[in-house]
Design a protein around this ligand. Structure first.
Ligand code: UDP
Length: 250
């Protein structure tokens, strides 16, 4: 399938790596994701993957009781993303796809530190680069990291893989009748508090004018389809882009 993108940032939450409602690693889920990423990279698209860690630790949840400080819990969450990145790297390499892990927290025995120019070089060589440890600071999320990396690596799009089909008018888990938006502007996401990503992430994408595509990771071939520029999920973009259909619901 021909792609309209040259370079993408793909954000995968930790929950994509475990069974629904579970935690840890589900090897079959991991293999399914890796196969699609390898297929996209083989098609000539440069792929940087920002990986979450919620299948092991979410800082806010772990710190809720007060026993563990929020900053400590957040560093633990970042280390969790390193574990996911290592698992994804080995799985991609078992499929023959050369892969590097670049971490914002140095863990030099297992991966390289994040150095922007080095990552660009790896991408240009056709390697998949898995970006671990978020931005390297507590009180941030891997979604914000994805918007930041998409900006600094000059990606054309941020693909956010989730467990639902796109951005809904209300939580589809609680309201099965909730409709899914086809397109939204950054401003609508912010002012309507649509909670698809944290506000820092959406604001950064808006400032950089990087379109975000939110789509369902569990639907077969969706990573490949999103990377090929097919109109799946919800597109979040600026006012000037395809405005006539902004906020159409499906
Ligand atoms: N985290 C952080 N700084 C970052 C990125 C992540 O402190 O720049 C921590 C935070 O505790 C977060 C956890 O790592 O809850 C896992 O990341 P995230 O919740 O974004 O993962 P996902 O929900 O996408 O699996």
């Amino acid at each position: 399938m021909a792609s309209r993108y040259h370079r993408i940032v793909l954000k995968i939450s930790g929950e994509g790596f475990c069974r629904d409602g579970g935690n840890g690693l589900d090897l079959a889920a991991l293999a399914g994701i890796a196969e699609q990423i390898a297929q996209v990279a083989r098609g000539g698209v440069q792929v940087a993957v920002v990986i979450g860690g919620g299948n092991f630790v979410r800082g806010q949840t772990l710190a809720a009781s007060g026993q563990i400080q929020r900053a400590t819990a957040d560093y633990m969450g970042m280390l969790a993303t390193v574990m996911n990145a290592m698992a994804l790297q080995d799985t991609l390499e078992s499929l023959g796809q050369a892969t590097r892990v670049a971490s914002a927290l140095p863990v030099i025995q297992v991966c390289e530190p994040f150095i922007r120019r080095k990552v660009m070089h790896h991408l240009e060589k056709g390697m998949v680069v898995v970006l671990a440890a978020g931005v390297g600071s507590p009180f941030f999320t891997t979604d914000t990291c994805a918007a930041l990396r998409a900006t600094e690596l000059h990606a054309e799009v941020l693909l956010k893989a989730t467990k639902v089909d796109g951005v809904y008018e209300s939580d589809p888990g609680r309201n099965p009748a909730a409709r899914c938006f086809k397109r939204l502007t950054y401003r609508q996401v912010i002012t309507d508090n649509l909670r698809v990503m944290d506000l820092t992430a959406v604001s950064l994408a808006m400032e950089s004018n990087i379109p975000i595509v939110v789509f369902n990771l569990k639907t077969r071939d969706n990573i490949s389809r999103a990377a090929a520029g097919e109109p799946i999920g919800t597109l979040i973009c600026g006012e000037g882009r395809e405005t006539s259909q902004v906020k159409d619901k499906k």
